[in-house]
Each structure stands twice: as structure tokens, then as C-alpha cells.
Ligand binder design. Structure first.
Ligand SMILES: [Zn+2]
Length: 262
């Protein structure tokens, strides 16, 4: 119903459509479209509760990244299965009833792929994925499987009311180094024009094939693997009742970089 549609914008080439939870639940599942719950700005401001569930998120995609209620770790979705890496670095599966304040998924249908033989550091990996991406796509979904080394990963511990800001939480984030791992990097690349709605630039999470290691990627080197990208110009965002889309041009990019850089 159109009254559920609360914001519909064109930002550069990106078509951004924001809606409430019921409209999101009924939103059709489309290829080459990113579906998001919450906004980064709301997460920065300590909205760690969320209203949509992981089950509702998974109905719109099988590949993605985000967090879960109370900011209780870094979530990664691969092949339709959600895992969370908690603040101690432990990897758990996530049940469908868990809520998420911020996550983005897509029905991964790669438009391009390439084999990469490294070593490629994180900057080189960004460049290879940018080169692989068709020029016209504004939102890019990324999946890289293979052998990795020199991983620096982070997660955060769950928070209690009253929630602090994300910047405050990430000052106390847990980081760990992993020498080598076989696994999957999942990520997105968003244009700067949607800063605050999501993280501008590349944002990756990692999970090992044996599901014992994972987290938000601060640094990584690809030794050998396959990179795939999907993408499009459509981003559908579910907004909890107390969250607004905001004005991306006003986003605090330095704070975003400090909290979500990697
Ligand atoms: Zn992250």
C-alpha cells in the first residue's frame, strides 16, 4: 500500500526507497537489489534494538553483513545462513527471531567473477573488485572465497540500555589477528552519496569455512581465490518507527570512518 512508502529518492544513480517494517515484509524479492534494515546513522546514534528480524532479512537475500540486537557482534550471511561473531571472537549461528538494527543483504546473483592469485593486500583487493565491477553499478555486493593471510578482525560486545553511541562502543572493540584462514569475505561497496544510510566505500566481514573465525575486516590479504560481484542501482531500506532516513550530505564521514573503517 502506498501509505507505507515513506521515502523514495534518487541519489545520483541510486534509487533509494525507504519503508516501514510491514511494507518491507511485503516488498518483493528482486535480483540486483540491496535490501537493508536500519541506517548507519541510527546505529551511530545508539539505536541498537532494531525491529525487523533476521528471518525477515533472510527473506530478501542470501548474502550480507550487519549486526544483531544490542549490537551483540558482527553478522555475516553466506548461502542464506546467518552467523554472528561475538565480542570474544566466538562464532554462533543466528536464529530467525533475533532482531537486527542494521544489516544489508542481496539475493546474490553475480554479474562478474574472476580468479585472483595474490598476495593482494586490502587496497589491492578493493582495486580488483572495483575493476571487476561493471562501471554503471552504484551498489556493489562482493563475495570472495579462498585462502587469506594476515587477517585483522574486530567485533564488539553486546550493549545494554541506555545504549552508548557506536563511536563509544568501537573505542572498546575487540581486535584479533589471524595468520591464515580459508573462508569467505562478504561485503558491499556503497557510493559516498549515501553516507550515513550505509558505510561509503568498501565494508567487509569474514568467516572461515570451518566457522571458527570471523569478524569485521580491518585488514586482510588474499592469497588465492575467486572474487564475484553483484550489484545494481536499487537500495530498499526498512526504517524502524524511531529512525529516519536523514540527509546523507550531512553525514559525519570522519565518525563513520572511525567506527566502520577497515
Ligand atoms: Zn562491519
Amino acid at each position: 500500500m502506498t501509505r507505507d512508502l515513506i521515502d523514495d529518492r534518487l541519489i545520483g544513480a541510486l534509487h533509494l526507497r525507504a519503508m516501514d517494517r510491514s511494507a518491507f515484509a511485503n516488498d518483493s524479492e528482486l535480483s540486483h537489489t540491496a535490501f537493508q534494515v536500519g541506517t548507519l546513522n541510527a546505529l551511530m546514534d545508539g539505536h541498537f534494538g532494531g525491529d525487523a528480524t533476521v528471518g525477515e532479512l533472510l527473506a530478501h537475500g542470501d548474502l550480507g553483513i550487519g549486526t544483531i540486537q544490542h549490537l551483540d557482534g558482527e553478522m555475516i550471511i553466506v548461502d542464506g545462513v546467518a552467523h554472528v561473531v561475538d565480542g570474544s571472537g566466538n562464532v554462533h549461528s543466528v536464529t530467525n527471531d533475533v532482531r537486527t538494527p542494521f544489516a544489508v543483504v542481496c539475493r546474490f546473483d553475480p554479474v562478474a567473477h574472476t580468479e585472483l592469485s595474490g598476495p593482494h593486500d586490502l587496497a589491492a583487493l578493493h582495486q580488483h573488485l572495483d575493476d571487476l565491477a561493471p562501471r554503471h553499478l552504484s551498489v556493489l555486493a562482493i563475495r570472495v572465497t579462498g585462502e587469506f593471510s594476515d587477517l585483522r578482525l574486530r567485533s564488539v560486545h553486546g550493549q545494554r540500555h541506555p545504549y552508548p553511541s557506536l563511536t563509544e562502543v568501537t573505542k572498546h572493540q575487540t581486535e584479533w589477528a589471524v595468520n591464515s584462514a580459508t573462508g569467505t569475505v562478504v561485503g558491499f561497496r556503497f557510493p559516498d552519496a549515501v553516507a550515513g544510510v550505509d558505510v561509503p566505500g568498501h565494508h567487509y566481514h569474514f568467516i572461515s569455512d570451518d566457522r571458527t573465525v570471523g569478524g569485521h575486516v580491518l585488514d586482510i590479504t588474499l592469497l588465492d581465490g575467486v572474487a564475484q560481484v553483484d550489484g545494481g542501482d536499487d537500495l530498499h531500506v526498512e526504517l524502524p518507527a524511531d529512525v529516519s532516513l536523514g540527509d546523507p550530505s550531512l553525514a559525519d564521514r570522519a565518525a563513520i570512518k572511525a567506527a566502520e573503517g577497515g
